[in-house]
Design a protein around this ligand. Structure first.
Ligand code: PEP
Length: 251
């Protein structure tokens, strides 16, 4: 019913040469994937990634986008600029942006709207910190991030936004949420989407990925959970074979 989507988040890794080499290794390994396959690359590698993935089933995404169309926003990139390059997806609200670059729920919402307005598909990240989990407020946090993130976004856009549930304490740490924990929190997010939109929308159209140290070893168990519709993969997306094993689990 909900087609799984496995997306790689390369973060600040892979220059143009490394991008060409990784796509060349990856493309044959994932060519028969039954899920959607996306690689999100640094801005400077996007053009090379779009070129290298032509004729393959791999889609290309950026790792951020600004909410304004243009103007005095030094160092930022607009949705139009990404579209011009042939980019189809963009990650918004990754926890590293929230943690290190002052991203808030409101800016996540603004970026998401701007990206959708230009026809980009958005991977909108939510997730609690370790302190929040230990304080027992995980559900409250992901519900707030979801509600504000989706404010003013019409139901007609639900096929164009993928939610990535990424517990901050599991990103790049080697600590994975248990499959049960991930499934339970994703259910909280899906229920929140049902409240915001409708039961059928949440059940049939809202894809929710898990992200946080997902890799070739644990992908199958995570993907077997009924609520998990794919993964946002950091470290393991930098190695073609590892990423292809995660992609194979995305069925
Ligand atoms: C991420 O960057 O979104 C991520 C989940 O990273 P990692 O897989 O390395 O934990």
């Amino acid at each position: 019913m909900r087609k799984p989507i496995i997306a790689g988040n390369w973060k600040m890794n892979n220059n143009v040469a490394a991008t060409k080499a990784l796509v060349a290794d990856l493309a044959p390994l994932v060519k028969d994937a039954t899920c959607d396959v996306v690689i999100c690359t640094p801005y400077t590698s996007l053009a090379a990634a779009v070129e290298a993935t032509k004729g393959t089933n791999i889609k290309v995404g950026a790792e951020n986008v600004h909410w304004a169309e243009k103007g005095a926003f030094t160092g930022e990139i607009s949705a139009d600029m990404l579209v011009e390059l042939g980019v189809e997806y963009v990650i918004v609200g990754h926890s590293e942006r929230r943690q290190y670059f002052g991203e808030t729920d409101a800016t996540v919402n603004a970026r998401t709207k701007a990206a959708l307005a230009k026809g980009l598909k958005v991977i909108l990240c939510v997730g609690e910190t370790l302190e929040e989990r230990e304080a027992g407020i995980t559900a409250e946090v992901v519900r707030r991030q979801t509600k504000v993130g989706f404010a003013g976004i019409p139901a007609s856009e639900l096929d164009n936004v993928v939610i990535a549930y990424e517990p901050v304490w599991a990103i790049g740490t080697g600590k994975t949420a248990t499959a049960q924990e991930a499934n339970d929190t994703i259910k909280v997010i899906r229920d929140c989407m049902a409240e915001l939109y409708c039961d059928k929308c949440a059940e049939e159209r809202v894809r929710i990925q898990y992200g946080g140290s997902m890799n070739a070893k644990n992908a199958e168990e995570l993907m077997a959970q009924p609520q998990i519709d794919g993964g946002l993969i950091g470290g393991a997306s930098l190695k073609a074979v590892d990423f292809s094993i995660v992609v194979a689990a995305g069925k």
